[in-house]
Ligand binder design. Structure first.
Ligand code: HEM
Ligand code: NAG
Ligand code: NAG
Ligand code: NAG
Length: 325
């Protein structure tokens, strides 16, 4: 009897096998017996940094995104280049732009002291993104664990996989769908640009050298152009807040109303409304008490699953910046 039902279960599992394997490897309980207090410790360390400087929370959110889009969520973004400028860190979209590596190092050092060789850098990135934004305020979502760390990092892969700020709708969709993400994921995840900062250098072309017929991108709300130009003067090396509709950085759905008004920093932000499907999604997210925060959490869960290494693949790095010897 017991044997028969076990066999029946096996048959059912075999039939379901493919779909079970697709995302069954990660689990919120992954460290429960291996390192019972790992997630509490990670939260405590991340919190100590965000309490000192909350602007690091958006930076950590972005770090996880840039990890997952380049050979999956495997902490490849954390590896220092072994040959000058060879690694992801030194790719155009990352160099002098990604922030927060010292926070990840701190979490890693404390978890290594507690449970040597146990908690992956890839999981630390996923936890730090969520925990930092939880302390920042307004965002929370579930983070399944069990990712392992990769052993390679290539600048050219980052250049090919990370969306550039001048991307149009088609380019965004080809990059997101290559990661198994939908148009809705793309629109919703772009909403991360409701927090954080950009370098003015990133806006130079859109503001001052757009095309041969128009020095400034005509898709920007004309009344917004002087505001952007005063905050980011020609040649400026300063920084500018992503969401110009507020003075204090908070988690909210403002981004989507900014998109509809043409008051966003990047062409990619403007682009998400440039198809009928995209526009409908932007309008749906632009609602008080609306779906944005929950939708964002659901899309982060999918993003955090991209090409993860599990089981015996990869390794648990001892130092997030270097592959184990
Ligand atoms: C849709 C395509 C996307 C493009 C083209 C894009 C592009 C950019 C660029 C150019 C910057 C400013 C970089 C700089 O000047 O240093 C930036 C910042 C940022 N991005 Fe994105 N991004 C995209 C999607 C995302 C996603 C999916 C997330 C997170 C889930 C994200 C989170 C952020 C955050 C939080 C910042 C501010 C970082 C900080 O304050 O340090 N972005 N992004
Ligand atoms: C678990 O971690 C929390 C936060 O760091 C700490 O307050 C608590 O004492 C730890 N518990 C154990 C059993 O180590
Ligand atoms: C965050 O979300 C998780 C999972 O839904 C939940 O268990 C936890 O209590 C939430 N934390 C806070 C501070 O809201
Ligand atoms: C870029 O724009 C600035 C200011 O509008 C102008 O002085 C400069 O000549 C432009 N450069 C190019 C390469 O068009």
């Amino acid at each position: 009897m017991a044997l028969t039902s076990a066999r029946a279960l096996f048959v059912i599992a075999a039939i379901l096998g493919v779909s079970l394997q697709a995302n069954a490897q990660l689990s919120t309980a992954f460290y429960a017996s291996k390192c019972p207090n790992a997630t509490n410790k990670a939260f405590e360390v991340v919190k100590s940094w965000i309490v000192k400087d909350r602007s690091m929370a958006p930076a950590l959110l972005r770090l996880h995104f840039h990890d997952c889009f380049v050979r999956g969520c495997d902490a490849s973004v954390l590896l220092d280049s072994t040959v000058a400028n060879s690694g992801e860190k030194d790719a155009g979209g990352n160099k002098n732009s990604l922030r927060g590596f010292e926070i990840i190092d701190d979490v890693k050092a404390k978890l290594e002291a507690m449970c040597p060789g146990t908690v992956s850098c890839a999981d630390i990135l996923a936890l730090a993104a969520r925990d930092s934004m939880l302390v920042f305020g307004g965002l929370n979502y579930t983070v399944p664990l069990g990712r392992r760390d990769g052993v390679s990092s290539f600048a050219w892969e980052a250049n090919n996989n990370l969306p550039p700020p001048f991307a149009d709708f088609n380019m965004l969709m080809s990059l997101f769908s290559a990661k198994g993400l939908t148009t809705k994921d793309m629109v919703v995840l772009s909403g991360a640009h409701t927090v954080g900062f950009s370098r003015c250098s990133t806006l130079q072309q859109r503001l001052y050298n757009f095309s041969s017929t128009s020095s400034t991108d005509p898709s920007i709300d004309p009344s917004f152009v002087p505001i952007l130009k005063s905050k980011c003067k020609f040649g400026s090396t300063g920084i500018i807040m992503m969401d110009q509709s507020k003075t204090t950085d908070t988690w909210d759905f403002n981004y989507f109303s900014n998109v509809l008004k043409g008051r966003v920093l990047f062409q990619s932000d403007d682009a998400i409304k440039r198809t009928a499907e995209g526009l409908k999604l932007v309008q749906a997210e632009n609602k008080a008490g609306g779906p944005f925060t929950a939708d964002f959490g659901a899309s982060m869960l999918k993003m955090g699953n991209i090409q993860v290494l599990t089981g015996t693949s990869g390794q648990i790095r001892k130092n997030c910046r270097v592959v184990n010897k």
